[in-house]
Design a protein around this ligand. Structure first.
Ligand SMILES: [Zn+2]
Length: 309
């Protein structure tokens, strides 16, 4: 079985501003890399819009309407210093969350073994009722609750290796004993959450804060000693990856020193967990990553590993 790549051109047309780090060139760079022959065997699909039913499992109607109502007809509308809407942002945000749901469907129905969702805006900072940190809808959480509601996967797990802590996903999962969230991230760093003692209402949150300057050795130790055993103990029915690549050494937004090889290693380890726990079901969702060269290289290597080549 194969790997599915889901994306949509609308996700390139979300334009938070010429000098904004979450720039359309991020996804352009990734998609250009995926034109190479190495990826001929990828199955490819367009990301559909998330529908209200999918979004409402995570976000209240009032919030969904507020976000869609803020989409400007021209120019920009800023929610805060980081989080800005342009005329295509509503479309892009709907397709980002919808893309994850479509990936879940394909993996659940065994049309493919696993999937990568190459979308923007990212999602892991989006709270139930608050957009922040370049994020509007929590794409991975919407996908996780879709997996439960539609495909009967009770236990859902997210591993988030973005360099920033996924405050939104943590808070959405906090009270849910069947939703597990694990994160490695630089700490302290924006958004300020993700201390080791934030464990969720049911010990269902695992935070592995790492200091500025941490590299592959520290990351692999946190994965090996904490994340991987916890994932195996939780034994998910489907495993999501919040795949941000801003912990790479070239990234301008943080100070960790991971390499492409570290992300490849982590991908391999998570695939092994999925093989043991959930019949290989993995849905990986793009989050951050702001050095365009490093982002494209990391995504390409990550997808090669998902494809098993
Ligand atoms: Zn990030």
């Amino acid at each position: 079985m194969s790997t599915l790549l889901i994306t949509h051109h609308d996700c390139i047309e979300h334009e938070p501003g010429d000098f904004h780090p979450e720039h359309p060139d991020r996804l352009r760079g990734v998609m250009r890399m995926l034109e190479s022959e190495d990826f001929m065997l990828l199955h490819r699909d367009q990301a559909p819009h998330a529908d209200h039913e999918q979004l409402l499992r995570v976000h209240p109607l009032s919030y969904i309407e507020e976000i869609m109502g803020m989409v400007p007809r021209e120019g920009h509308h800023s929610i805060d210093g980081d989080t800005t809407l342009s005329p295509k942002t509503g479309e892009a945000a709907l397709r980002s969350a919808g893309g994850v749901c479509a990936a879940v469907d394909a993996v659940a129905l065994k049309q493919v073994r696993n999937a990568f969702v190459a979308v923007r805006p990212p999602g892991h900072h989006a709270e139930r009722s608050r957009a922040m940190g370049f994020c509007f809808f929590n794409n991975v959480a919407v996908g996780a609750y879709h997996a439960r509601a539609v495909h009967g996967f009770q236990k859902v797990a997210v591993m988030d290796w973005d360099v920033h802590h996924g405050n939104g996903t943590q808070h959405i999962f906090w009270d849910d004993p069947d939703a597990f969230y694990a994160s490695t991230h630089q700490y302290p760093l924006w958004p300020g959450t993700g201390a080791a003692d934030e464990c969720g209402a049911h010990n269902n949150i695992l935070n592995c804060p790492l200091p500025a300057g941490a590299g592959g050795a520290e990351f692999r130790a946190a994965m090996t000693e904490k994340v991987l055993p916890a994932l195996r103990a939780f034994n998910p029915d489907i495993l999501f990856i919040s795949a941000g690549f801003d912990a790479h050494g070239r990234d301008p937004m943080a100070n960790m020193r991971l390499t492409v090889a570290d992300f490849v290693w982590a991908t391999e380890e998570l695939l092994q967990v999925a093989a043991e726990c959930c019949d290989n079901r993995v849905v990986s969702v793009m989050e951050g990553g702001y050095d365009i060269v490093a982002l494209a290289a990391c995504v390409a290597a990550h997808i090669r590993k998902l494809m098993g080549v």
